[in-house]
Structures are given as C-alpha cells and as structure tokens.
Design a protein around this ligand. Sequence first.
Ligand code: C5P
Length: 404
Amino acid sequence: MNKRILLIVGGGIAAYKCLELVRRARDKGIAVRCVMSEAAQQFVTPLSFASLSGDTVYTDLFSLNEESEIGHIRLSREADLIVVAPATADLMAKLANGMADSLAGAVLLATDKPVLMAPAMNPRMWAHPATRRNATQLAADGVHFVGPNSGEMAESNEAGEGRMAEPAEILAAIEGLLSGDKPLAGKRMIVTSGPTHEPIDPVRYLANRSSGKQGHAIAAAAAAAGAEVTLVSGPVSIADPAGVHVIHVETAREMLAAVEECLPADIAVCAAAVADWRPDSEGAQKMKKDGDKAAPGLTLVENPDILLTLARHHTLRPTLVVGFAAETETVIDHAKAKLARKGCDLIVANDVSHETGIMGGDRNRVHLVSSQGVESWDDMDKAAVAARLVSRISELLSTSHKSD
Ligand code: C5P
C-alpha cells in the first residue's frame, strides 16, 4: 500500500502502544510521520518514534527549524490520513472546538484529509458529558473513531470503557480508510445488537449477559464499508457507533417492530441476544414479598423470532440474512440446525461458555456455517471479526447478484 499517514501521538500511557502501530503500519508499506504533543513526550521519547518511523518527529508549532523544513499546513496535507492515537480528552476537546494553540491542534484544523481518532482515557473522563458532547460533535464533523475498548486501565485500579483500541484494530481501521474501498456503498443494512430486557414488573426484568460489542462492531464496520446502516440495539453500556443510525429498544417485541420499520433492506445481521421468552404479563406494580405466601411463579411465553421473521418474510426478505448462534456445547451442530430452522443464509456460531470469556469480552472465535459448509476463523478481536464478516458479506452479496 503506497500511502502515508500522519500519526499525532497524544499524552497518555497508551502512547507506548503506538510504537507497535508504527512498526506494523510500515510492515504493510504505509509510511508514517509523527507529531507528538508536549504531553506525549512525557510518556515516550520523540527518538523512539523517529527511529521506528524513519522520519523526523514534529513537536513544536513555533519551532523555526521545523517550520523552515515543513510547516504545519504541509504536514497536514502531505498525508493521506491523519491518525490521532491516543486521542486524549484534551485533543478531542481541542478539535471539537477548533482550537489551534498547539502543533497537533493546528495540523488537525488545517487538514483536508480524513481523521481517525483512537480515544484513550480514564472511563470517567470518557463518560463525562463534556467528552460525550465532543465525541458527538467530532462524529458529526466526519471524524472516524476506532475504540475505545473496555478493560483494565493501566494507570489506576479502575476498569471500564476507555482503553485505547489495540494496534491491530487501529491498523485495520487505517487500512479500511486508506483503501477507500466501499464495497457496500448503496446497500441498506439492519443490524440487531445487545440483549433484550423483558419486564416482570416496573423494576425487574429478564435479561442476559450480551454486551452488544460484536453487533456494534459489525454496524461500525459495515458503515465504514459504505453501507447505510440502522442498528437496532437493546440496552447496552457501550457508545453508539459513529456513522450509524441507532434505534434503542428494550424488549424483543420493540426490536421486531423497529426492524420491520427498516424494511426493505439488502442485508440483515441479527447479532442481538434476543430473550427467547418473556413473562406472560408485566405486573403493574412492584411485586411484594408477602409474609408466609410462597414465592410467585413466572409463566413465560415465547418471544417473536426476529431472525426467522426476516429470513422467511414473504415480500420483503433481505437478499442476505445472517444470524448468530451463541452456544455452550456442540456449537457447529446447533448452528447447522439453526440455519435450516430459521431459513437464513449464514450463521456465525461461537462458543459462549463462561470459560471462553467471549460474552462481554473483546475477543471472539467464530465458525461460519452456510449451505456451502463450515469455515472456522482464528481467535481475534471483535472489531477484526466484524471487518472480516463485512467483507465476506459483500462477497456473498455480489455472488448472489450474479446468480440472480
Ligand atoms: O434461536 P436462537 O436464539 O438460538 O438463535 C439465535 C439467532 O436468532 C441470533 O441471530 C439472534 O439474533 C436471533 N434471534 C432473533 N429473535 C429471537 C431469538 C433469536 O432474532 N427471538
């Protein structure tokens, strides 16, 4: 790939991971030039980035040397893509508000090239209303995002959303943006994601452990591939992906209604962990313990099957319908049975036994089951599964059009 990125390294402990990003990008033939913020230099030295990038590292807006060699305007224009990693709360705030009081800020404001941010910060900073506002503003301005992921924070004993995406994920996002390839341009896609909550009474509900990470990653990857994506999400604690229309729902019946509203569509990916059953009626008031009365029994009724409804739709069946099979045993056999029973084109099967750590985790190991057979993929992060699945979906869509 004969391309160049400008990497703006922000001041966070995740800056050290960007050394690996530089190395991996160069392995792929992508030239890297670095700008480091003042704070970034407290974590990693410019010399490390200079050695790995094989280029000068730029640090100062007012340096006569640097300006005489190459000004901030040229720096920002000579790259095909600007990558900000780690994108600190401060750098996000600067760009969201158009501040150019540093080299990084000036470069970001002066560029006419796409910008990709890999945020990294403490979970409370990421969740702060100011950062939420800035992220929404940046997404509306066309900035692309990769991550952040959830997990342990390096600098404190805290965990939560705010860890920078891994170098491999950032590189996949870079390659996607640099290739300019939009295989799903003009396609309408519905993605369901997350769990559903089925109310028992006004304060209690039935739910499951789905985090929505895989479904949200698929929606983001499809949008990056040019699809017009509607994500119908159950209650999750992760952020809405950028560039995607999101409908938030609670129950399976609301999810079905939202999905049906989105038809017609070319592709449907049902990644939600829809509750199979719901209580037959929702108590109007909170159920009370009542002295010596026995515990109340719950009578369950079956929820509508969204995947099956789409795959067997008489008039508006999407061209490609993809389901998931989260199993804890005999994964592939169950997936084959599900493919036939639901009438979909592809099942993405995974083992969600507790010991795999897949449910709620950042990695996944999937098997693709279709009428053509079974294809097992290596363990990879959910963003990588999403990117690969989206490219497989576009292949399948182009072959299905050829055979029309
Ligand atoms: O039947 P089971 O829940 O195992 O099937 C899983 C697949 O079916 C997933 O793709 C899930 O999103 C979808 N599904 C659905 N509506 C349901 C149950 C499952 O769309 N009520």
